[in-house]
Design a protein around this ligand. Structure first.
Ligand code: BTN
Length: 256
C-alpha cells in the first residue's frame, strides 16, 4: 500500500491517525515481536517526545511523526552510531528535494538555514551485551506555517521545510525518500563499518572547525568542534588544547 520500493525497511507499516507517541507504540510492538524494519507512522501525536525530556509538537498532518524498529546485531555501546546514521539518511533525502543543503547539528538535529527542521530520538532495549531492539523516532516539521509554532519554540529555532523553502511537500513522498536512504546507509554500515557514515555525517556537519558550546547532562563548556571520531563521538578541542571525546549532550544554540 505504501509502495516504498525498499527491500526490508517498512515492509511492515503500522499507520495510526492519532497516537500518544509513535515511540510508545513502537516499544509495545517490539515487545510483541514486531520484525526488524517495522515502521510506525502517526498523522498526529498527543504526547510527542523529544530528547532530554522535552516535548515534541506533532500537529495533525503537519509533519512526519514516525518510529522505526531495528534489531541490529551489535553491542549497546554502538547504538548512538545508529542515530548519526539516521541523521545522514534524512539529510541526504532532504537534499534530493530542496535546493539548500541541510546541516546536521550534533548529534542529530537537522537544520535548514540554521534552524531546526527535524529531530531524532533513539531508544534502546538491551540485555547484558546484546541489543534486543532499537526504536528510532524521527520528527520532521514539513508543512507548518509561522502560526503553527507555539511561541516557546522560538527559543529552539524551530522551523518547517515549507517555511524555509516555500514549497508544500506531501509527507508520504518524504517518508519514502527517507526510508530508501536509511535502508541503503544501514546496509552499507552493517556490511562495512562506521567510517562510511562518519564521512557522510561530516559532509553535513554544522559548525565543524568552529568554536561551539557543548552542553552535557552536568555542565556546559566551550570547545572547538574538530569532527566525529571513528566511534561516533564528538571530538572537542578543549580550551587547554586537549582533545576530548563527547558521547552525549548537544551543541548549544548561539542566541545572537
Ligand atoms: C528531538 O528532541 O530533537 C527529537 C524529536 C523526536 C520526535 C519524534 S516524532 C516521532 C517519534 N515519536 C515521538 O514521540 N518522538 C519521536
Amino acid at each position: 500500500r505504501w509502495g516504498l520500493g525498499t527491500d526490508w525497511l517498512g515492509k511492515n507499516v503500522i499507520h495510526k491517525e492519532v497516537a500518544d507517541s509513535t515511540q510508545s507504540v513502537a516499544h509495545k510492538e517490539a515487545l510483541h515481536g514486531a520484525p526488524h524494519g517495522t515502521v510506525i507512522v502517526a498523522d498526529e501525536q498527543t504526547k510527542g517526545k523529544g530528547r532530554m525530556n522535552r516535548q515534541w509538537h506533532s500537529a495533525s498532518n503537519k509533519g512526519i511523526w514516525m518510529s522505526i524498529i531495528l534489531r541490529p546485531n551489535m553491542n549497546p555501546g554502538s547504538a548512538p552510531q545508529l542515530t548519526l546514521m539516521t541523521a545522514v539518511a534524512i539529510a541526504e533525502a532532504l537534499s534530493e528535494i530542496i535546493s539548500v543543503k541541510p546541516k546536521i547539528k550534533w548529534p542529530n538535529d537537522i537544520l535548514i538555514h540554521h534552524k531546526k527542521t527535524a529531530g531524532i530520538l533513539t531508544e534502546m532495549q538491551a540485555e547484558q551485551d546484546c541489543i534486543k531492539y532499537v526504536v528510532i523516532g524521527i520528527g520532521i516539521n514539513v508543512n507548518q506555517t509561522e502560526a503553527d509554532f507555539p511561541s516557546e519554540l522560538k527559543n529552539f529555532k524551530a522551523t518547517s521545510i515549507r517555511l524555509e523553502t516555500d514549497v508544500y511537500f506531501h509527507v508520504k513522498d518524504i517518508i519514502q525518500k527517507i526510508l530508501l536512504r536509511l535502508e541503503q546507509v544501514y546496509d552499507a554500515y552493517m556490511q562495512t563499518d562506521f567510517t562510511h557514515i562518519k564521512t557522510k555525517w561530516e559532509h553535513y556537519g554544522y559548525k565543524i572547525g568552529e568554536d561551539i558550546r557543548i552542553k552535557t547532562l552536568r555542565h556546559s563548556f566551550n570547545a572547538t568542534f574538530l569532527g566525529i571520531a571513528a566511534d561516533g563521538a564528538l571530538l572537542a578541542q578543549m580550551e587547554n588544547n586537549e582533545t576530548k571525546k563527547i558521547y552525549s549532550g548537544e551543541i548549544e544554540w548561539f542566541h545572537d
